[in-house]
Design a protein around this ligand. Structure first.
Ligand SMILES: C[S@@+](CC[C@H](N)C(=O)[O-])C[C@H]1O[C@@H](n2cnc3c(N)ncnc32)[C@H](O)[C@@H]1O
Ligand code: SF4
Ligand code: SF4
Length: 379
C-alpha cells in the first residue's frame, strides 16, 4: 500500500463527518444487536449466553434491524452469544450493509473458516473482533491463540479489518502479556481489558492481583504512547487504572442514548448489563434521549464501549487529541513495513478503539437522575 494510503487509513474512522452529525442531532451512533443467545463455549466470566433459547428468526432480526436503522443509528455491531452460530449470519451482514449500516461482528472465532470469512467479506462486513484471552485454553476460558493463530492466515487478503480483544482476570493475567505480544507482533491492533465489575457476583472468576493488574495497564499506556497498536484509547486505559484504584471518575453514561443494545428477543437494553422490558419496535427517539443522564450503576462500570463513547462525547478534544497523537507516532514505522505487516496496517484503519468512534460535538452539561432500568439478574 502507498504511504499516503497508509496514513489516511491510520486516521480514518468509518466516517468522521457522519459521526459528528450524530452528535448534533439526537440520534444514536451505535447499536449492538444480539443475533443469538446461543454459544458454543462457556467462558466462566460470561453472563451473555443461554443455550436454552432458540436463535431468533431471520424475519424478526430483519424487522428489528430496519427499526434500528429508522432510529437513525449509524453503526451496528453483531454480537451474541456466538453470532457465527446463527445460520443466517452472512445474510444478516448483507442486510445491514444494504440498509447503510457500518457493520462489525464480534466472535470467539471457533467457527471461522476461510470460506466463511470470504462470504462475510462479500456480504460487506467491515470490522471483525476476535476475542482471545490466553495462549492455551483453560477451565475458565477456551478462547486462546492455540485455536486462532492458524486462522489468522485466512485474513491475509481480506478487506475485513481485524482486531483482537482479550479479557484479563486471575486465570488469564499470566498469559495476557503474551496475548498482547502475539497480536501486536503480527501487526494486528490488540487490547486486553479488565473483566467487568460483578455487582451481582455471577462471574466464576477472580479479578486478579491489583498491583499486577495496574502494572500491566501502565505498560499498555506506555506502549500506546509509543505508537503501538494497542486497540483502545488512553482514556479507557486510564479509566481502567482508576477502577483498580477505586478512584471516582466524572462521566455521564450515554448508554441507552448514543449507543444501545437489542437482545436476541428484540428487547431494548440500555447496555449489556442493564436491561429493560420494552420492545425495540416500540422505542422512540424521545425514549433514547431520556437515557442521557448519569446512572446509578456508573461506579465501577466495566462496559467499556459505553464508557468510551461517553467520554468521547463529553471530552472530544482531550480523548481524540491523544488518539491522534498516538496514531501519528505509527507513521514513521510505515516506512519500514514488510509486506506482511502492511496488511495489518490496513486492519488498523477503519477499526476504532473500543467501538468508540471519532465523534465531535458539544460538551453538554451532565444531566442527572436515574430511573426505569434494572440490573440484569440472569443470563
Ligand atoms: C459476550 S461476547 C459475544 C461474542 C463472542 N461470543 C465472543 O466471545 O467474542 C462479547 C465480548 O464480551 C467479552 N466479555 C464477556 N463477558 C465479559 C466480562 N465479564 N468482562 C469483560 N468482557 C467480557 C467477551 O470476551 C467478548 O470479547
Ligand atoms: S464470552 Fe462469548 S464465547 Fe464466551 S461464553 Fe460468552 S458469548 Fe460465549
Ligand atoms: S452499566 Fe450502567 S453505567 Fe455502565 S454502561 Fe450500563 S448503564 Fe451505563
Amino acid at each position: 500500500m502507498k504511504l499516503l494510503g497508509k496514513v489516511r487509513r491510520e486516521f480514518s474512522g468509518y466516517s468522521i463527518l457522519e459521526s459528528g452529525k450524530r452528535l448534533l442531532d439526537r440520534k444514536p451512533l451505535q447499536c449492538s444487536l444480539y443475533v443469538t443467545d446461543r454459544c458454543n463455549l462457556d467462558c466462566a466470566y460470561c453472563t451473555e449466553y443461554d443455550n436454552s433459547r432458540p436463535h431468533p428468526s431471520l424475519e424478526d432480526l430483519k424487522k428489528w434491524i430496519r427499526k434500528i436503522r429508522e432510529l437513525g443509528t449509524m453503526r451496528i455491531a453483531l454480537v451474541g452469544g456466538e453470532p457465527l452460530m446463527h445460520p443466517n449470519i452472512v445474510e444478516l451482514v448483507r442486510y445491514c450493509r444494504e440498509l447503510g449500516f457500518a457493520t462489525s461482528l464480534t466472535t470467539n472465532g471457533f467457527l471461522l473458516t476461510r470460506k466463511l470469512i470470504a462470504e462475510l467479506e462479500d456480504a460487506g462486513l467491515q470490522v471483525m473482533q476476535i476475542s482471545v484471552d490466553r495462549m492455551t485454553p483453560s477451565e475458565i476460558t477456551k478462547k486462546s491463540f492455540k485455536t486462532i493463530l492458524p486462522k489468522l492466515d485466512y485474513f491475509r487478503d481480506s478487506k475485513i479489518s481485524l482486531h483482537i480483544t482479550g479479557v484479563i482476570c486471575a486465570d488469564t493475567l499470566p498469559e495476557s502479556q503474551a496475548v498482547l505480544e502475539t497480536g501486536l507482533s503480527r501487526g494486528i491492533p490488540t487490547e486486553v481489558r479488565l473483566v467487568h465489575a460483578d455487582p451481582l457476583q455471577r462471574f466464576r472468576v477472580d479479578r486478579g492481583q491489583r498491583e499486577e493488574l495496574e502494572r500491566f495497564i501502565d505498560s499498555m499506556v506506555e506502549r500506546k504512547r509509543r505508537g503501538e497498536k494497542i486497540h483502545t484509547s488512553e482514556a479507557i486505559l486510564n479509566y481502567q487504572r482508576s477502577l483498580l484504584r477505586g478512584e471516582d471518575v466524572d462521566w455521564t453514561c450515554m448508554a441507552g442514548y448514543k449507543l444501545f443494545f437489542v437482545s436476541a428477543r428484540g428487547k431494548f437494553w440500555i447496555c449489556s448489563m442493564v436491561h429493560t422490558d420494552k420492545h425495540i419496535m416500540d422505542v422512540t427517539l424521545d425514549d433514547l434521549y431520556a437515557n442521557y443522564r448519569k446512572k446509578s450503576c456508573q461506579k465501577g462500570c466495566g462496559v467499556y464501549c459505553a464508557v468510551s463513547a461517553s467520554l468521547l462525547v463529553e471530552k472530544p478534544v482531550q480523548v481524540l487529541g491523544k488518539e491522534i497523537v498516538a496514531r501519528a507516532k505509527r507513521i514513521p514505522s510505515m516506512f519500514r513495513l514488510s509486506p506482511d505487516t502492511d496488511k495489518a496496517t490496513h486492519s488498523a484503519a477503519i477499526t476504532n478503539p473500543d467501538g468508540a468512534h471519532e465523534m465531535n460535538g458539544s460538551t453538554k452539561s451532565s444531566p442527572s437522575a436515574d430511573n426505569g432500568v434494572t440490573l440484569r439478574e440472569s443470563a
